[in-house]
Design a protein around this ligand. Structure first.
Ligand code: HH2
Length: 290
């Protein structure tokens, strides 16, 4: 499988690591870490040095209970960082649900739009249709402010899969080619602990949609519930979760701890490659970047 991601064409022969940078005061694990553009850009470059294949820049926390951020404020947080990373050598994704910001981010050099709303806002499909930008369509039930109050499903895996399938169809009808699309079951977005575990257990069901699957489990509360640890102490649990997701078909893992995840996935890739050394796989990935 390949993914058209702006000017990049990503080979998905090994799982890719998407490094998270939240330019927010209130994100659940890294909120308030970057109060200036320079700090966020320096951190982004450090994630590239650690081996991030993609960067995901967000200016609005979507943790349970989070309040929405106004467009002007989200723009102020995100755009200067994106502009400075336009030529950083890896694709940069913008984590936003606002069509206006999608357009501006793409103009500033974003190669991917990561939308927890699966392009559900009016004008969101149109904002990305006429571009080469990749799009991550994520499932959520409800909105961040209230989504964890009482999430309910009859069959969570079937319902998440059906939603993503419908959004894939809508995206393609709206002019976004399959080669640009990624789906994500949205761990923690309107899901109980049991719902999240069921999805991870059956992640292969999501892969059968035929486009790359992105999994975002990093430092999330389900890992806190399993280990009893706070968000900043969930590195080992996050690496384990990323590895399980990849074993069950995820092509991209969205993580805070890039170096640790890269090492774990390098071991996985070495064991799984039939006839190729990890070094050769790395070179193939490089060739996939224009
Ligand atoms: N999770 C978060 C944010 N964006 N996007 C996708 N595609 N998948 C995810 O699982 C996902 C996401 C939440 O994590 P984080 O960005 O670290 O926290 P916050 O929303 O508090 O900024």
């Amino acid at each position: 499988m390949r993914l058209q991601c702006g000017k990049f064409r990503l080979l998905l022969e090994r799982p890719l690591v998407m490094g998270v940078i939240n330019v927010t005061p209130d994100s659940f694990s890294d909120g308030g870490s970057f109060t200036t553009t320079a700090q966020a850009v320096a951190y982004a470059r450090s994630l590239i040095a650690e081996g991030a294949d993609i960067l995901d820049i967000g200016g609005e926390s979507t943790r349970p209970g989070a309040l929405p951020v106004a467009l002007e404020e989200e723009r102020r947080r995100v755009l200067p960082v994106l502009e400075q990373l336009a030529d950083c050598g890896v694709p940069v994704s913008v984590d936003t649900r606002k069509p206006e910001l999608m357009r501006e981010a793409i103009a500033a050099g974003a190669s991917m739009v990561n939308d927890i709303n699966a392009l559900g806002a009016p004008d969101a499909l149109e904002a990305v249709a006429e571009t080469q930008t990749a799009v991550c369509l994520m499932h959520k039930q409800g909105d961040p402010q209230t989504m964890q109050q009482d999430p309910r499903y009859v069959d969570v895996v079937c319902e998440v899969r059906a939603f993503l399938s419908a959004r894939l169809d809508a995206a393609q009808r709206g002019g976004i080619g399959r080669e640009r699309l990624v789906v994500d079951p949205g761990f923690g977005f309107g899901k109980t602990f049991e719902h999240n575990l069921a999805i991870l257990r059956q992640l292969e069901q999501i892969s059968t949609l035929g486009v790359p699957v992105l999994a975002g489990l990093s430092r999330k509360s389900m890992l806190g519930r399993i280990t009893g640890r706070e968000a900043g102490e969930r590195v080992f649990a996050s690496v384990a979760a990323a590895l399980i997701a990849v074993q069950k078909g995820a092509s991209i893992v969205r993580v805070h701890d890039v170096a640790a995840t890269r090492d774990a996935l390098a071991v996985w890739a070495a064991v799984n490659s039939q006839d190729e050394s990890p070094r050769r796989q790395g070179r193939q990935q490089e060739r996939g970047r224009k």
